[in-house]
Design a protein. Structure first.
Length: 361
């Protein structure tokens, strides 16, 4: 076990003055990651399409003024490589993706182009630019072959996502593995992938995600519509995976033996049904918030059970979740009520980041 070098109380000073490139920086997770890095003193460069939602947490956060933001397509290798050549990043976090399962049924070709060719392009840029010393490809817990059995997936289990989104992320993993074996093993760059569970948090405005659906409903004083209330998912606050992404990137930068493939998810007690999650939200929100089940018999396939074994990342980095799912819901409600009252989104993000990173074990 190597966790003694790290531990859960992370010091972000490593990132001070580091040149860090984040793809997908205008998205939900990307914005929170850039906010953490900017607060830590990093020189942050973003490469992404325009914000995927309106409103968007990227625009609300105000971080664009504090970083270099390139608005471009991850499928454009020539543009992407020009950014690498100009900016010379030391650390790369690859988050750019088409991330919605149901959208992948509507746009399978676009999903594969973005999630697979996009990964080929980012790997190629890492190959062509020896400035990069640490590269993390963020995929998903849905990369595994899932027969809806009551098992927790481990990193060495077969990859074969069912739907176009999940399968494209399985392919993204395989692309990264191939580049590691074919090219990166002979270069001075450490490479890992992180397979994260379902992420929730303030500022997610995406379609077809349960917490944004909850927020849109309470904003309109409507009942929350839940299409898969009995599906079990590893729900975690957005800061949970971002913390371990930062730990992995730092750890392998300092010690290449730490590169690998890591599951990132909550404790088993926080793997909840969607119905339970929405009930927690309603109870925390108050104001007579409620939900109803509209389970659809002919809806596109989505796995009904999903749980990760996170032993490897815990033993390697000494990481463990900070906030329970109940606390995550409390933070979402706090964030959203600030947003609804036209308060400072930047300030509430900073407050929650500081609380999260300063929580004692």
């Amino acid at each position: 076990m190597l966790h003694g070098r790290f531990g859960n109380n992370m010091n972000l000073s490593f990132y001070n003055n580091k040149k860090v490139l984040v793809t997908g920086h205008t998205g939900f997770k990307g914005t929170w990651l850039c906010k953490i890095l900017i607060n830590a003193g990093a020189q942050v460069v973003g490469y992404s399409l325009e914000p995927p939602t309106n409103p968007s947490v990227f625009e609300l956060s105000g971080i664009e003024k504090k970083m270099k933001s390139y608005i471009a397509d991850i499928r454009d290798l020539e543009k992407l490589n020009k950014v690498f050549e100009k900016e010379q990043p030391e650390i790369v976090f690859h988050l750019a993706a088409q991330p919605i399962v149901r959208d992948s049924y509507k746009m399978p070709v676009y999903t594969y182009e973005t999630n697979v060719i996009g990964t080929v392009n980012i790997c190629e840029c890492v190959r062509l630019n020896p400035c990069v010393k640490s590269f993390l490809n963020v995929t998903t817990d849905k990369v595994y072959e899932n027969d809806d059995l009551d098992i927790a997936f481990k990193e060495d289990m077969p990859l074969d996502g069912y739907d176009p989104y999940s399968n494209s992320k399985s392919c993204s993993e395989l692309v990264t593995h191939s580049y590691k074996k074919s090219f990166f093993c002979n270069m001075d760059v450490a490479v890992s992938t992180a397979r994260a569970g379902n992420v929730i948090g303030g500022g997610d405005f995406a379609n077809d995600r349960i917490i944004p659906d909850c927020i849109r409903a309470v904003e309109k004083s409507e009942e929350i519509i839940v299409r898969n209330p009995y599906s079990t998912r590893p729900y975690q606050h957005v800061l949970e995976p971002l913390k371990i992404y930062l730990m992995i990137a730092e750890g392998q930068y300092k010690n290449r033996s730490l590169e690998g493939y890591y599951n990132v998810g909550p404790n088993e007690t926080d793997c909840r049904t969607t119905g339970n999650l929405v009930t927690l939200f309603c109870n925390c929100w108050g104001e007579s918030a409620s939900w109803k089940d509209i389970s659809q018999k002919n809806a596109p396939h989505e796995a009904s059970f999903l749980r990760l074994d996170t032993t490897k990342v815990k033993e390697t980095f000494g990481w463990k979740p900070v906030w329970s799912v109940e606390q995550a819901i409390e933070k979402i409600v706090e964030w959203t009520k600030v947003y609804f009252s036209d308060g400072s989104v930047s300030d509430i993000m900073d407050k929650q980041i500081n609380e999260f990173f300063n929580t004692e074990d």
